[in-house]
Design a protein around this ligand. Sequence first.
Ligand code: FAD
Ligand code: AMP
Length: 479
Amino acid sequence: MAKRYDVIVIGAGPAGYHAAIRAAQLGLNTAIIEKWLDKEDKPVFGGTCLNVGCIPSKALLEASHKFVEARDHFDEIGIKVEGISADIPAMMTKKDQVVGNLTKGVAGLLKTNGVTAYEGSAKVSAGRQISFTGHDGKSEELSAENVIIATGSVPVEIPPCPLTDDFIVDSTGALEFSEVPKRLGVIGAGIIGLELGSVWNRLGSEVVLLEALEDFLPAADQQIAKEAAKQFKKQGMDIRLGTRVTGTEVKKGKVTVQYTDAEGEKNEVFDKIIVAVGRRPYTEELLAADSGVTMDERGFVHVNDVCLTDAPGVYAVGDVVRGPMLAHKGMEEGIMVAERIAGQMPLVDYDLVPSVVYTHPEIAWVGKAEQTLKAEGADYQVGSFPMAASGRAMANNETTGVIKVIADKGTDRILGVHIIGAQASEIIAEAVIAMAFGASAEDLGLTMFAHPTLSEGLHEAALAVSGHAIHIANRRRKK
Ligand code: FAD
Ligand code: AMP
């Protein structure tokens, strides 16, 4: 007889492990199945995010940022540093330790919460029957009242750039370089390309980003994107827009990249290439022919607003379903589904998913961009505050950037907040909370912020919407 659970979660990335833990917290007999093997072929939890995504990339971004601060900016604040160098193997070891601690932490959390963990792969058949095959090759039949698919995503590979072990790598390979490539080409100037390009640029690579689109960071507010492009250029990153890569050739230890831009066909030679052209949903070997789960036209598992698939009792969450491929979006979906299974009625507010680019300065936003509101013909007004006017930013030697609050002209309700500057990833949370409670710019203006903080910039930008910021000359507003 198949072992039966209230809930079986497939995939222990952020979406899956959040779902499993919440389901167990709510008293449901829960199992999770995860097939990931680490570099040493050991089973690990945490999925893309912990193993080859958010966490290792942030560890390298932070280390490389500190290196640049020490090398280029400490003297500005009276600290003399001599003989500074980056020890790449040591950086990688530290990053691997952080990843190891966190993946073990997830295993511990699953255990503490009473979730039964299976190490191996799962296949879904009709009637929520799950065939489990362990890493040892042994199979077992399981079944559940409810199944939650959280199988995530993998990097997109494009025909012009077949991956090689040493020269053409995806984001996972780019987290493992053992030395700094002299000339590094990054294909795709999306969030992942910019973050990984930044890491290696800071550590000494000459970085060229080749991006097919004409617009830079099209999802971001274009005023912020323009400032970001300026800053990245200043840092030495060569971002070429309107440049489509059409081929690559590895010869004599170098990679030649063929691409087309407005002027025609061109070549460029690099020591290594990072292919960062997006991610695709991952459902390989997951669904038996009779599973009843269907895909949408882009290959995502088809779900409704509350993540229910077309098969009764089968849900899907995270990168494998529509919406932004972000860890926190999947976490909230995982929690929502677990709670709905337990009889509660939560919803995810997809209008309030914050986006962050962890470059320096950081870029973060929530809600609508100004160009979107303009295209919609919305009646809005903007309050901006430059970080150069913030006392804390000056004290921190971090004066680059701006915070922009956009509010409805009639109701003053906040429609979007867009930030470029140090700690933007932290400040944006305050904007998300405000918007989640339907705050107006005036509400934010009436809220007390600790002084001196970078967050005061958000307060000032909100005050600037009505022309009442204190530390800048305000644009005149009608009384
Ligand atoms: P995943 O994390 O991909 O997990 C899915 C899991 O399912 C995997 O562990 C896989 O092994 C398992 N699985 C698949 N099929 C089966 C099966 N049949 N049986 C058993 N197990 C299975 N997002 C952010 O929000 N912030 C960031 O800063 C950020 N940085 C990133 C940096 C990089 C370099 C990359 C690559 C991604 C980054 N992301 C970031 C995206 C983030 O990692 C993903 O959005 C997130 O991991 C998706 O979570 P998930 O649980 O849906 O899927
Ligand atoms: P994202 O989807 O945000 O991860 O970003 C991936 C980026 O890669 C997108 O901006 C794409 O336009 C870009 N891209 C995809 N294919 C190519 C290509 N052949 N050459 C250059 N850029 C590409």
